[in-house]
Write a protein that binds this ligand. Structure first.
Ligand SMILES: [Zn+2]
Ligand SMILES: [Zn+2]
Length: 227
């Protein structure tokens, strides 16, 4: 089901691509009416900027896809496996932006930047980790919110603060609330419950055989109830 998260991010990239095509048409129309390079130059800059943003979305989608595939493949051989979200720290989102930390830049695309910040700030090997599960599933705002709640994630807070100062807080109440609602539905479908420790195991595309605590008494998603 992580494919759904990937699809959502790819969908955003596709919408940017459409807008870029419209912009190019618009530039042609203006050129046909004799508008000069003062105008078309600005449009070109915008198109270049959009191409960068589009590429950054596609990179995030690729990273999510790879994380999901790797998790599913590895879990076919082992009861649990490191998910290595931290390994996606080198997402390399964007070009020529402000670099806040290795792999974390301000590109102007707040969601992609938050996704990169979460990947850079968080590295763990826990199948019980909801931060990793949310990130992989494409619920970037939830992952960022959980991470800042649990953990010291100064780089995530930094990215957020930079955008918030410009009136574009990516974790604003409305968007975060929507992401949370979607995450609740998605996570209920992939969350197994361990009877041994009452812990959660997030398994999207694979079947857990045992919990980290050693127990093999696991309830399928939908049977354990939310924590
Ligand atoms: Zn994690
Ligand atoms: Zn357990």
């Amino acid at each position: 089901m992580y494919e759904e998260g990937v699809r959502r991010v790819v969908g955003a990239a596709d919408r940017i691509a459409e807008y870029r095509a419209e912009l190019a048409n618009f530039a042609d129309v203006l050129a046909g009416r004799g508008w000069g390079s003062e105008v078309s130059g600005v449009l070109d800059d915008t198109a270049t900027r959009l191409a960068t943003v589009e590429a950054s979305y596609r990179e995030v989608a690729d990273a999510m896809q790879q994380q999901g595939d790797a998790g599913a493949a590895a879990h076919e051989q082992a009861p649990w496996v490191p998910d290595e979200v931290g390994g996606a720290a080198g997402l390399g989102v964007g070009v020529a932006p402000v670099e806040l930390a290795p792999g974390v830049e301000l590109t102007g695309e707040s969601i992609a930047d938050v996704a990169a910040a979460v990947a850079a700030a968080h590295s763990c090997v826990e199948p019980s980790c909801d931060v990793c599960a949310a990130w992989r599933g494409g619920y970037v705002l939830v992952a960022a919110d959980l991470l800042t709640t649990y953990d010291e994630a100064p780089v995530v807070a930094q990215v957020r603060a930079k955008y918030a100062r410009a009136g574009r807080d990516p974790l604003n109440a409305k968007d975060l609330d929507e992401d949370r609602k979607a995450w609740r539905i998605y996570s209920a479908q992939i969350r197994w419950r361990c009877r041994g420790c009452n812990g959660a195991i997030y398994a999207d595309g694979w079947t857990p055989l045992a919990c980290d605590c050693g127990s093999q008494e696991l309830d399928e998603p939908g049977h354990g109830g939310p924590r």
